[in-house]
Structures are given as structure tokens and as C-alpha cells.
Design a protein around this ligand. Sequence first.
Ligand SMILES: *Cc1c(COP(=O)(O)O)cnc(C)c1O
Length: 470
Amino acid sequence: MALKHPRHDGRGERDLQVNPIFSREPVEVPRYALPRGEMEPGTAYQLVHDELMLDGNARLNLATFVSTWAEPEALRLMAECAEKNMIDKDEYPQTAELEMRCVHMLARLWNAPDPRHAAGCSTTGSSEAAMLGGLALKRRWQRKGLKGRPNIVMGVNVQICWEKFADYFEVEPRYVPMEGDRYHLGAPEAVALCDENTIGVVAVLGSTFDGSYEPVADICAALDDLQRRTGLDVPVHVDGASGGMIAPFLDPDLPWDFRLPRVASINTSGHKYGLVMPGVGWALWRDQDALPDDLVFHVNYLGGDMPTFALNFSRPGAQVVAQYYNFLRLGFEGYRRVQQTCRDVATRLAAEIAKLGPFELITDGSAIPVFAFRTRDGAGFNVFDVSAALREHGWLVPAYTFPKNREDLAVLRVVVRNGFSHDLADLLLDDLRRVLPRLSAQPSPVRTADDSGGFAHGAETKHPTTPGRH
Ligand SMILES: *Cc1c(COP(=O)(O)O)cnc(C)c1O
């Protein structure tokens, strides 16, 4: 099966229509086949450039968590590093050095007990980092020599990468469903699904569904208690894709990181609130014990002895360099100001939306700068109508239903990123006010989840596990 965009079947008969525009010699540009010969670089550039004109305006995209803006200096460094391959640590030792400096900075930021002995690496994003974190948990469990099927415990709200990890690496996923107004993993609910074959519990700092922090410290305390009662020692991996770069700056007193001895590993997305263009992520382990050394391969065919723990081999170095640039450029105080501004914009926008009348907040933007809201019962329109109406004004604000046991709940979500200013928030509010009279005049909701165009970014439905029935 070929992977394809749903709107296109790849069998287009028509070539690209170009000749009158360029008034060059006739060029034939097949749409889905490799052209027979060459064309001028200028023509090729203009063709590709023009095709991309219809992509969305990234600054109006309130769906994605991923950076859509970077400083010109960061972009310049990335262009200067275009040829650098992260795996060639002998050819590019300085890029490798910058990667290690970033790992050490993160180890300190996340309060590793002995940051010089924390282990870590860059990845292509949090998804790859999650695979590595999950594999380390699985290998540690395997070393116990138990015969059962390994399982991993997490909230039904986890990002889709954890569902992939469980599927690709054959670990049974145990999802704790939502219940009432608990929209993420709860401590007693997590413990109830643990047994001797549990490789770990995943706690999310910044849920994709509503931006809330999961109670990492409570989950760890409940697992400490489980160990006292039963001897079961279940480690925790924190998925800090977003929150790993928010909490250290804005919530320094919140213990969610390596201050909790049960937290074995943490991932974050450098290309989310790390403020780097896609794609870079980070995976860190609290110490060498948490990362079984038989997962780390040593290769010598690029010269030298090189340890590698990654799913990819070759991978761009530019994003890692840009991460280091951001760390230098902003420092702790710079990151704190950027993230605080995002939180200020998110909480104010959420409060203003709550004042409009027909909406009710699920979260208010005070954890990661992301919030979700619903339409009140009895409104003549639903969240899908609102998403579609805003889209007419160029805004991408996703609408989706929650998973089990709150499938009845449908929300809109706003992700505030660096560059989404108070001014842009006001423009969004203006457009929201503009569409409300029309929507309110509808006798009943028009759109459904099928119209919403699939840009929920990992907030997809999974099937939870009932305690005692796995
Ligand atoms: C975005 C996200 C991921 C996936 O991260 P990528 O960097 O896009 O691969 C995983 N977990 C959470 C909580 C996320 O928000």
C-alpha cells in the first residue's frame, strides 16, 4: 500500500501547466512521474515555489505544536550546516560536541542528580525519543528474566507515538481511560494496571488533548507505595515533548523531573518549545544504569569508535546546531521570557473566549500554553462548525472528540507558540466574534468530526484497558 494524501490518488493524467507563465521553451512537467530530462534551475525553483504557495500561513496555524518561526541567525546557521551529518561524529566532531553540550544543559535543567553522568542523545523528534525511552524500559524489564508479555501503562490521552511504540516493539499498551473531568492519567488508576510485567508508566507533561500536566509526582508516590506493598519496582518515563521546555522555566517548584528518583528518562521536542525548526528531539536517562548499555551500538566504519543509540543512521546536524544556538542566544532568562509570554497570551485568550458566552474552558493555558474549550449545551452550533468558520478566515483551530470514556466531549484547541502575539490573539478574537452571530442563528449544528480535516496532531482515539481484565 502506498502512503498518500487522502485527496490525491497519484494517477493524475494532466501535466503541470506552466508554459504561458514562464514563456520559456516548452517545458513538460509530469505531475507524478520523473521528468525525462533536465530544466533550468530557475524554472525548477519557481515551479516548486509556486506549488507551495497554497500551503497554509504558519503563523495562523494554532493546531501545531511545532516551531514556525526562527531567528534569521538560526536559519543562517542551519543553512551553513546543511551538509553536516549527525552520525559522522569523526568528520564533524564539533557538531557532536555541541550535541553533548545540549544534553548536559538539559540534564541540569531537568535536575539530574549527577548531570555529568546522565546519558542522552538528540533524535529527530519526541517520537523517536519515545521509542528509545520505551526500548530502554523494555530492555530493563527483559533483564529480570520474566516470561510474561511486557506491558506499558499510560493515559488514553498519550500522543500517538506511544501507541506506535507499543505496536512496533510488541509491548501491550494499557490505557487508563478518562473519567468525568479527569482528562489525563491519574495516580491510583495507573497503579491499578501495573503488574510484574509492566516495563514502565508513561506520564505526560503537557497532554496533547488539553495541554494539562499529568500529576507526575503523585504517580511516582503511588508507585513508591506499590513497591512498599508488593516489591514491584516500576520506573516512570516522562513525555515532556512540550512541558519539558516549559516547566523548568515557568514552574521551577513543580517536581516532575529527575528530582523524582522514580523518573528514569525524559524526552522533549527541541522543535516545540525548544524553539528550533523541525526536526529535533532529545532523550535523556537519569544515569547510565537507566540506559542498558547493550542498546548502545558501537560503529567504527566512519573512523574512530562511535557509540550510537538511535533509530536513524544519517540525520541532519543543522537542527542540533540551531538548538545549541537557541540555548546560547536565549539562556535561562530568555527562555523564561519567551515561555512566560506564550503563557500570558494563552491564559488571556482563554479568559476572553470564556467571556464570549457560548464557550466553556476545559483548560486555561496555565500549564503548557495550550488550552481546550467546548461549546455549551444548547448552542445551535458545535466545535466543528466553529473550526470550519475560523478556517474561512485563515485560522487553523482543530476540533476533535475526546477518547474513552469522554467520547461525548468535543473540543477546540489552541496552541500558543512563540510569535503568536497578543495582537494576533486579538485578531483571532475579532474573527471569532464575527462568526458567532451567524453560527448562533443556525437551528442546529451542521458539521461533524468528518469535516474537521484531521489536524489534531496526535490526539487520536485509542482503546483503554479495564483493570483486572488484561
Ligand atoms: C508532539 C508530541 C509528541 C511527538 O513529538 P514529535 O516531536 O512530533 O515526534 C509526543 N508526545 C507529546 C506529548 C507531544 O506533544
